[in-house]
Design a protein around this ligand. Structure first.
Ligand SMILES: [Zn+2]
Length: 483
């Protein structure tokens, strides 16, 4: 069976509801996954020309940017030509958001509303979307679920920040300790027959999350990769519930060592996709371990610090250009994430453009004393190397760096810290303690707070300040930033 046949078979498990029996968009998505690469290039060039033409004619921000650069939309004919433009930073988006919005939309387009990114800076970034661009959020979910081999009639659970859950479940209040239940999967249940979907706020205590998993018995769970690890910690190192057939990570990166650990202890596939609220579902990771870009939605370019394209194998900034959101076009948007550039055919047989592993957020270490990354990695790896049985005392951990560059490993525990664990951490610290040596402190704490977005923070540095807040006098104190 070839790749296309395999995919068609997977696709046939998705049964459209009678009222959508003639809806062909999902078949189109599948077809696009196997187009000839040259066809992708032609389509991509056309889409780039389209969004640039609209942005320069229809939004004050891009009109003035192109004027300043002495360019017109005719100078941008291919994705490569976009290198003539500067990257768009999160800071630009915060500052000039209203000038990026289109005062008038083309015929056939309608404003849908805004998405707020669960930014790690404490100041949310909001982006306007059209009905078309916002519909893509839902449509691309089927591609992702299909690639991950999820069976639509099974039960799934979503564990996210309460605000994100509420945004998709109208008027629902989920207190910590409670859960939401819907008779069908969010978004996909609109068009397809599906099983039920549950929701838990990620701020719910981990022990309670495990209880709920055991009660609800979902086949699939979606949450931040760190939460999967905490479920193990909260359940004495065991898979929290045997009903789980696959787990799907969102948001932050999944390190190869955490992936290996989760695969081992969950005994099921660990899937990832990569999305941004500002753009939508950017890419989905295939079984061959590459991220394929959803090219109906966006273009991804992996670039060096100077904006030039990375060669295959090089790690660079993930820049995303939205291709179908005319409400607020984003061109060469710097996501703040790093990934490996890749090209050539993927062993999975799909032809959508690819990039490699997401290597983390570059801002996290840019402003820190040298050696910080190595220290964080040493401790992270040392903890990940521990067998979950040996971490029964532990519920959450966080490495903290103060302004004197002193590191403290904070532990929220339920029983005394074993001597062997202390020794392991100190041993891992030795090669990275620098000169003069800076010792690692290990302390017990009552609570370790998550980021405003709900993400768990395993590294917190006092050198991290949100400089976008610093620009505004009288702004509230900086929120802890994410690593
Ligand atoms: Zn692939």
């Amino acid at each position: 069976m070839d790749a296309l046949e395999r995919e068609l078979k997977e696709h046939s498990r998705w049964r459209l509801k009678p009222e959508f029996a003639n809806f062909r968009a999902y078949d189109e998505l599948l077809k696009n996954e196997f187009l000839a690469p040259a066809e992708h290039q032609i389509r991509m060039a056309r889409a780039v020309q389209g969004i640039v033409a609209f942005a320069t004619a229809g939004t004050p921000y891009y009109a003035s940017l192109f004027k300043r650069l002495g360019l017109t939309c005719r100078h941008i004919e291919t994705p490569e030509d976009l290198a003539k433009l500067p990257t768009l930073t999160k800071h630009d988006l915060l500052e000039y958001s209203s000038q990026m919005a289109a005062p008038r939309l083309p015929p056939g387009e309608q404003l849908y509303g805004g998405t707020k990114s669960s930014g790690t800076t404490g100041r949310p970034v909001s982006v306007l979307h059209t009905f078309k661009s916002s519909a893509m959020f839902g449509l691309l979910r089927q591609r992702t679920a299909r690639w991950h081999g999820l069976h639509p009639m099974e039960a799934r659970i979503d564990v996210r920040p309460r605000l994100d859950l509420q945004a998709t479940r109208e008027g629902l209040q989920i207190g910590d300790g409670g859960y939401s239940v819907a008779s069908q999967w969010n978004h996909l249940g609109l068009h397809f027959h599906t099983g039920p979907e549950y929701g838990i706020a990620v701020s719910t205590p981990m022990e309670r999350q495990v209880e709920l998993l055991q009660q609800l018995r979902p086949a699939y769970a979606t949450t931040f990769p760190g939460v999967f690890e905490e479920w193990l910690l909260a359940n004495s190192g065991q898979k929290p519930v045997d009903s789980l057939k696959a787990i799907v990570g969102i948001g932050s990166q999944l390190t190869p060592s955490l992936r290996a650990r989760l695969e081992q202890y969950y005994g099921c596939p660990v899937h990832m996709s990569y999305g941004l609220n500002e753009i939508g579902k950017v890419a989905t990771r295939c079984a061959a371990g590459r991220y394929h870009v959803n090219s109906e939605l966006c273009l991804v370019q992996i670039t060096r610090g100077d904006g030039s394209a990375c060669a295959p194998g090089e790690v660079g900034h993930i820049l995303v250009t939205g291709l179908n959101n005319v409400a607020q076009p984003l061109i060469r948007y710097d996501t703040g994430d790093l990934a490996e550039a890749m090209d050539g055919p993927c062993p999975c047989g799909r032809t959508l453009p690819v990039f490699g592993d997401i290597a983390g957020r570059y801002r996290s270490y840019a402003d820190l004393p040298s050696g910080s990354r190595e220290r964080v990695r040493a401790i992270r790896n040392a903890i990940e190397r521990q067998a979950p049985e040996d971490l029964r005392f532990l519920r959450r951990y966080q490495l903290h760096q103060d302004l004197q560059n002193r590191f403290t490993l904070r532990l929220r525990i339920v029983s005394p810290i074993p001597g062997a664990f202390r020794q392991e951490m100190l041993r891992a610290w030795e090669p990275v303690m620098g000169s003069p040596p800076s010792p690692l402190a290990i302390t017990e704490v009552d609570e370790i707070a998550a980021a405003p977005s709900g993400k768990l923070i395993d590294f917190l540095s006092d050198f991290h300040t949100d400089w976008s807040l610093a620009l505004r006098p009288g702004a509230p104190a900086p929120a802890p930033s994410d690593a």
